[in-house]
Design a protein around this ligand. Structure first.
Ligand code: PLP
Length: 423
C-alpha cells in the first residue's frame, strides 16, 4: 500500500469517498463508547473488592483508628507508601483519598503563605511553571486556575528537554515549579532516564522557592512482568545534589485499588514536611485512617502490591494490545501518524499529521466514541500543532474497545485525507 502522502489528488479523492462511506456506516450503528479517561475497567476494580471486607479498626500499635488523630498517617501506611515510591517513612505524609488534592493544596499554600519565608506567590507580579508536553490536563488546570503562567517544555524519550529546563530555571526567578510525571508519563509513557533525574535534582534555580512537582502516579503500574523500567529516587538525588528541599513528590493507590477511594502520599524533605504539616493541621484533624488500615491489610507490603499489580496488568495487556494491533494494521503503512507502545501507565499517545487532532476527535464524537479532547494534554488546551490524541484503552470492555479503535483509525484516515486534499 502507498503512504497517503505519496498518493495523487485523484487517488486521495477515491479514498476519501470510500472512507466517507465507511464512516457513515459506522455512524449508523449508534455507538456510545468512552475512551476519554484513564479509568480502570470493572474487572480491574473487582480485583480489590476484598479490601472492603476488612473491619479491623486498630492500627498495628493499637490505636483506635475510628477516632481523630495522627495527622500524617499511621506508621504502617507510611511504610507501605514509602516502599511503593522508593523512599523512607520519615519522608512521607499519608493523605486522603487521592493525590491531586494534595497537589492543589500544596500550590494553594504557596500562593497564600509562600514557601519557607519567601513572598507568597499571589503577591508576585508573575509566577510561571514549566510544563513538559504532552502532559496531564489536570496538572495544567491547577496552575491555570491559580493564574500561574505555563511554559511548554518538549518531551524527549528520556524525559523533559533538560537543556531548556536548566536554562529557563536558572535565568528566571518567576519560574517557581515544574510538573513532572517521571514514570510512564501521562500520556506518552516516557520513563525519565537516570541522567534526566540527576540533572533535575541538580538544577540551580534562580528562585529559592522553586519546587519540582514529582507526580509519581504510575510508579508501580507496569504492563509486563519481565520489563519493568526503574527510575532513581528523586528525594535522595536532590539530597546528594545539595538541594534537599527542592522536590515535592506525590503518588496514590488510585490505580492500585480504587480511584477516588484509595490513599495518597506526599513525600519530601523533613523541612518541607514540617512546613506542610503546619498548614495541613489547620485544614484537617486527620485523614481517613480506616482506609489506611484497609489498604495495609489488603496490599500488605511492596511484594504483595506488585503481585496485585500484575493481576491488573493481565487484564490491561490485551486491551493495550488490541488497540496497538488495530493501529498497526490500519495505519502502519499510511504514514500519517505514530504512536507509543508503553511498558506501563494508562495511555497510548497518538501523534498525527499537523492540524488533524481536533478533526479526528470530532469525527469520533459524532459517531459515538468520546476521546480525550484534542489539545487537553497541553497548557490552556492548545496543542500548537494540533497533532496529539490520547487513547485510554482500560475502561471499555474488550468488544467495545475493538469497535472504538476501529472508529478511531477510520477518523484518523478521514481527517488526514481531508487535510491532504486541502493542500
Ligand atoms: N497524576 C497523574 C499523572 C494522573 O494521570 C492521574 C490520574 O489520571 C492522577 C495524578 C490522579 O491521581 P489521584 O487519583 O491520586 O488524584
Amino acid at each position: 500500500m502507498k503512504s497517503y502522502q505519496a498518493m495523487s489528488k485523484e487517488e486521495l479523492q477515491v479514498l476519501h469517498t470510500e472512507l466517507q462511506k465507511a464512516y457513515e456506516d459506522v455512524k449508523g450503528k449508534g455507538l456510545k463508547l468512552d475512551m476519554s479517561r484513564g479509568k480502570p475497567g470493572a474487572e480491574q476494580l473487582d480485583l480489590s473488592m476484598e479490601l472492603l471486607n476488612n473491619i479491623d479498626a486498630k492500627t498495628a500499635a493499637g490505636v483506635d483508628a475510628r477516632n481523630y488523630g495522627i495527622l500524617d498517617g499511621i506508621p504502617e501506611a507510611k511504610k507501605l507508601m514509602a516502599d511503593m515510591i522508593g523512599t523512607t517513612p520519615d519522608r512521607v505524609i499519608v493523605g486522603g483519598n487521592a493525590s491531586l488534592n494534595l497537589m492543589y493544596d500544596v500550590i494553594a499554600r504557596a500562593m497564600l503563605f509562600g514557601i519557607m519565608g519567601e513572598t507568597p506567590w499571589c503577591k508576585l507580579p508573575e509566577v510561571k511553571f514549566l510544563c513538559p508536553v504532552p502532559g496531564y490536563d489536570r496538572h495544567f488546570r491547577i496552575t491555570q486556575t491559580m493564574g500561574i503562567q505555563m511554559i511548554n517544555i518538549p518531551m524527549t524519550e528520556e524525559g523533559p528537554d533538560m537543556d531548556m529546563v536548566e536554562k529557563l530555571v536558572s535565568e528566571d526567578a518567576s519560574i517557581k515549579g515544574i510538573w513532572c510525571v517521571p514514570k510512564f508519563s501521562n500520556p506518552c509513557g516516557v520513563v525519565y532516564s537516570d541522567e534526566t533525574v540527576k540533572r533535575m535534582a541538580a538544577l540551580k534555580p534562580a528562585a529559592k522557592d522553586f519546587r519540582i512537582f514529582w507526580d509519581n502516579a504510575y510508579v508501580v503500574h507496569y504492563l509486563y512482568e519481565d520489563d519493568q523500567p526503574q527510575i532513581l529516587d528523586i528525594i535522595s538525588e536532590c539530597e546528594k545534589a545539595g538541594n534537599p528541599d527542592m522536590v515535592y513528590e506525590f503518588a496514590s493507590t488510585s490505580k492500585v485499588t480504587f480511584p477516588g477511594a484509595g490513599i495518597s502520599v506526599f513525600a519530601a524533605s523533613p523541612a518541607n514536611l514540617a512546613e506542610q504539616k503546619k498548614y495541613m493541621g489547620v485544614q484537617t484533624i486527620g485523614y481517613d485512617k480506616l482506609n489506611m488500615i484497609r489498604h495495609v491489610a489488603f496490599l500488605k507490603d511492596k511484594e504483595h502490591m506488585m503481585a496485585h499489580m500484575m493481576k491488573q496488568a493481565a487484564v490491561m495487556r490485551p486491551k493495550f494490545q488490541a488497540v496497538l494491533d488495530v493501529l498497526e494494521r490500519e495505519l502502519g503503512e499510511t504514514g500519517v501518524g505514530t504512536w507509543t507502545n508503553p511498558k506501563g501507565g494508562y495511555f497510548i499517545s497518538y501523534c498525527g499529521m499537523e492540524g488533524c487532532a481536533k478533526r479526528t476527535v470530532a469525527l469520533c464524537k459524532e459517531a459515538g466514541v468520546v476521546m480525550t479532547g484534542a489539545g487537553s494534554e497541553f497548557p490552556y488546551g492548545k496543542d500548537p500543532e494540533d497533532r496529539y490524541v490520547r487513547i485510554a484503552p482500560t475502561y471499555p470492555a474488550p468488544a467495545e474497545l475493538a469497535q472504538a479503535a476501529d472508529l478511531f483509525v477510520l477518523a484518523v484516515k478521514l481527517a488526514s485525507v481531508e487535510k491532504l486534499l486541502e493542500a
